[in-house]
Design a protein around this ligand. Structure first.
Ligand SMILES: Cc1ncc(COP(=O)(O)O)c(C=O)c1O
Length: 398
């Protein structure tokens, strides 16, 4: 009888396999407070708290039904997203934009319309661990395609596509992060963008272009998104306000082929994503305020990145990494024989939290790397954090 009353028996087999999400900086350890370099959180110093308070008062003083009742997302937000896309050269249409609870929601919904258990998705190796979790959860087979200093290796991509075709497998999509990739910080070259778009058309595969970081460019000129190069309608461009405004607002979007966007709307069962927050973001962003804010973010994060690079060159001069042109991350190669998995707890003891590289690979490889986020740590603590990391690496080597 007791067995029959066990609550866990009610879970579906899929629910039983779930693991808790990785989430946020660890609680401070006893003694020295931990400095976290593990997660791509926004710097609290640049979250525009006062402006959002003012903007909240403004929107609440307008149309209460539109803002606080059951209502669609603000049309102004859809227009804002479409206009920003047109500025990047994408032939964007408002009807082809969907607003969601963060771009993560898109990555969670996509498998619902594209993936049966056993279907293939191509991902960069390494890639954004949150996406890996969502795709694996849907039962997808992930095939990793390597990333080098210029982003996704397109020769390797072509080989994988050819081999899969020879086995009668048509992958559902290629998931790529073209700018300041999470976790490697690398940027996909223009020639590679063109080649990926051509391969997508040749093989009939969707490209999911997750460009969470493109606005946070510190150096160099922006490159056209693949959505702007695509003539055949294979690219779904995914973006977020998390990195340029505030992650806590949970506002993301996608633009792409109408048939795909329409299906995404149909599986987004809760309907519109917070009318209130969508009005808030639209009003905050109006009259060039978002652009001004992004300009100051770029300066802020560029300085922190430079500070981390200087500290790494001083503390660990022999360890290679590609200096990122933007974004939140540095991907550090560890000395021969030191694994990130082994390093992580030692570093935590020394008071610095890092993310070991295995977490960013679908197949658990990447032991020789750690990801360092410079976004969240106060700039004054970066040098100290890297010093602790250096001590930890030397301790593991002994
Ligand atoms: C590449 C990439 N895509 C998506 C996300 C998730 O963003 P959002 O807050 O919009 O869900 C992140 C966040 O770290 C990311 O790095």
């Amino acid at each position: 009888m007791e067995n029959l009353m066990n609550l866990a028996d009610l879970f579906t087999p899929r629910a039983r396999e779930l693991v808790p999400p990785l989430w946020g900086p660890s609680a401070a350890s006893e003694g020295t407070p931990t400095i976290s370099l593990a997660y791509g959180l926004a710097d609290p110093l640049v979250l525009p708290r006062e402006e959002l308070v003012e903007t909240t008062a403004q929107i609440l003083a307008t149309d209460v039904d539109a803002v606080l009742n059951y209502a669609p997302v603000a049309a102004e937000l859809v227009t804002l997203v479409a206009e920003r896309l047109r500025r990047e050269g994408v032939a964007a249409h408002e009807q082809q934009v969907i607003i969601t609870y963060g771009s993560s929601q898109i990555l969670g919904l996509l498998p619902q319309i594209l993936v049966n258990p056993g279907d293939t998705i191509l991902v960069e190796a390494p890639t954004f661990m949150g996406a890996v979790g969502l795709f694996v959860r849907a039962g997808a087979q992930l095939v990793g395609v390597p990333v080098d200093a210029n982003g996704l290796d397109v020769d390797a991509l072509e080989t994988v596509l050819r081999d899969l075709r020879a086995r009668g497998v048509r992958p559902k999509f290629i998931y790529t992060i073209p700018n300041f990739q999470n976790p490697t910080g690398t940027t996909l070259s223009l020639a590679r963008r063109q080649r990926i778009v051509a391969l997508a058309a040749e093989y009939g595969v969707i490209v999911v272009e997750d460009d969470a970081y493109s606005d946070l460019r510190f150096h160099g000129e922006p490159l056209p998104p693949m959505a702007a190069l695509d003539q055949e309608g294979w690219v779904l461009r995914v973006g977020t306000f998390s990195k340029i405004l505030a992650p806590g607002l949970r506002v993301g979007w996608a633009h792409g082929p109408k048939a795909l966007i329409d299906r995404l709307r149909m599986v987004k069962v809760e309907g519109s994503s917070s009318p209130f927050i969508s009005h808030l973001v639209a009003r905050f962003s109006a009259e060039g305020r978002l652009d001004t804010h992004i300009t100051s973010l770029r300066r802020h994060y560029a300085a922190k990145c430079a500070t981390m690079i200087t500290a790494l060159h001083r503390e660990l001069p022999e360890l290679p990494f590609v200096p990122p042109d933007g974004g939140f991350f540095i991907w550090l190669r560890l000395p021969e024989g030191v694994s990130g998995r082994e390093l992580e707890p030692v570093a935590l003891q020394q008071g610095v939290e890092v993310l070991h590289g295995n977490r960013c690979y679908a197949d658990g490889s990447g032991a020789e790397y750690v990801r360092l986020a410079f976004s969240y740590v106060p700039e004054t603590q970066i040098a100290g954090a890297i010093q602790r990391l250096g001590n930890s690496i030397r301790a593991v080597m002994r």
